[in-house]
Design a protein. Structure first.
Ligand code: SF4
Length: 488
């Protein structure tokens, strides 16, 4: 789909990559994959693990290569993913109506009572607003919405066109905050100012500004209290993790941001520890909280049996209290006893199958490599939208020889490597689903569209069951027999 052969004098070839060239994928050791079509400029973002287990010198965290159809979402999307689960907030998108479609309906997140965050609000900027400015319309929208819904906090997202016409979001939000006595926070998220990672960072800055310094008086607690960062409670995952922690004797102060409330966010600085599930979106906030309030943080993962057990032990070790350590082992033993037999059944059926992984953050990719091993499958392609260098180093260490590793992939690369690597399954998000289906390859959604939790011990069973159900479905033999895969 991306090969437009031969740049010509009339094409802007200095900035766009109009043609592909055959490239040898650089391995970390051993032989490379010969003659793979890659767009110009993509060579440094794709690697194949070789035989000597060297650290992968892969490029990441860079702007997408011009001319590629990046699978990454925009800055506004990144900010929205992080902030939208704040359930009692009013979320107003300042821009054309199309940007506002990126709302709760397609970025689902469960909550325990509030529903305001599920409403989609937009200033619906039209041509006239673009020419004469949208500030008056924004102020009017804030007046109408704040009077009607009485939210404790408002987030106002800027979009591409607002960044271009230069509406003074800060000034309009400040005036509304003074008028109504509530925080009205500008989220400077014009889509073109960077990648989705910048949106995460912008949202973290907004959240950090809501957090109040802890009061000087000593807080006497019977149980330690933690903040849980980087879980958006897409299908109730935050509730599962909270239930383990409760049994261990650890209380959760606030989840950033699944099923969270304004008042909970304000008191985040009182926690004893921050744990981070999604490092791509929340590592920055954890660092800020450590710098400002000396709250230490731990990277955890509740994806897969092995990682869930190890993460619970990590938290218990941090507090180093015999009662917590004992209860943690009890929780793990009980859960393992319950889930292991069912997972073992799927493992037998799935032994030897191959998986391809393309997800948002690096830590999810790392956990998935381990989780597929738990169910007898090998990951043969793994990539992320926003993985960090440290993430790729771990991926390079734990991936099997021959695994294709790629950052900020485009559809052509994903399709190509799913086929050349012989994947039976792709794990990804909504944008990757059709890529797999049209190739006759099974697909598992590990993003915001799913309706069942994939975290914790129950999530591990759900994951294994879903992988088994789709990979072993008889439909694939029928599809593969009848559909040409084309010349990719
Ligand atoms: S790229 Fe710009 S126009 Fe597109 S959704 Fe993002 S903010 Fe809106």
């Amino acid at each position: 789909m991306l090969c437009l052969t031969g740049g010509t004098a009339t094409r802007p070839t200095r900035t766009l990559n109009w043609y592909c060239k055959r490239t040898t994928i650089q391995p970390t050791g051993g032989a490379g994959m010969e003659d793979v079509l890659l767009l110009n400029g993509r060579e440094q973002f794709v690697r194949q693990k070789g035989e000597r287990h060297q650290t992968l010198p892969i490029s990441c965290g860079a702007e997408s290569v011009a001319g590629c159809v990046s699978q990454r979402a925009c800055v506004y999307c990144g900010a929205r993913v992080v902030l939208n689960p704040v359930a009692d907030a009013l979320h107003l998108v300042h821009g054309p109506i199309g940007c506002a479609s990126y709302t709760w309906d397609i970025r689902g997140s469960l909550n325990s009572g509030e529903s305001l965050y599920r409403e989609g609000f937009s200033t619906d900027l039209r041509e006239r607003d673009i020419i004469f400015g949208g500030e008056t319309k924004l102020a009017a929208a804030l007046d109408e919405l704040i009077v009607k819904y009485r939210p404790p906090v408002v987030f106002v997202y800027s979009t591409c066109v607002v960044g271009i016409i230069g509406d003074d979001l800060d000034a309009v939000c400040k005036a509304a905050a003074e008028k109504y006595g509530i925080p009205v926070l500008p989220v400077q998220s014009s889509g073109f100012v960077g990648s989705k990672s910048i949106g995460y960072q912008t949202a973290c800055d907004v959240l950090f500004n809501l957090i109040e310094p802890p009061k000087k008086t000593m807080i006497l607690r019977k149980r330690p209290v933690i903040n849980y960062l980087g879980d958006f409670n897409l299908a109730g995952e935050a509730w599962i993790v909270k239930s383990y922690l409760k049994k261990m004797g650890v209380d959760v102060n606030v989840v950033f941001t699944g099923d969270s409330r304004y008042e909970e966010i304000r008191r985040a600085a009182t926690a004893d520890l921050n744990i981070i599930q999604c490092a791509g979106s929340m590592f920055y906030l954890a660092q800020k909280l450590e710098d400002a309030y000396r709250i230490p943080f731990l990277q955890v993962s509740f994806l897969g049996v092995e990682d869930t057990a190890e993460s619970l032990r990590k938290i218990a070790r941090f507090f180093d209290e015999s009662a917590i350590i004992r209860k943690t082992e009890e929780v793990i033993a009980t859960e393992l006893h319950r889930v292991t037999p069912e997972i073992a059944q799927y493992r037998t059926a799935l032994a030897g199958k191959k998986a391809a992984v393309y997800v948002g953050g690096g830590f999810k990719a790392i956990s998935l490599i381990r989780q597929f091993r738990e169910i007898g499958m090998e990951v043969v392609m793994v990539g992320t939208q926003t993985g960090r260098r440290e993430d790729y180093e771990i991926i390079g260490d734990i991936a099997c020889d021959g695994t294709i590793i790629l950052d900020d992939a485009n559809p052509a690369e994903l399709e190509k490597f799913m086929l050349t690597q012989g994947a039976d399954l792709l794990v990804g998000g909504v944008k990757e689903r059709p890529l797999a289906y049209k190739l006759g390859i099974a697909f598992v959604d590990h993003n915001h569209d799913r309706k069942h939790p994939l975290a914790g011990f129950d999530g591990a069973v759900n994951f294994a069951r879903e992988v088994y159900t789709t990979v072993c479905s008889p439909v694939w033999s029928a599809v593969k027999g009848g559909v040409s895969r084309g010349d990719l």
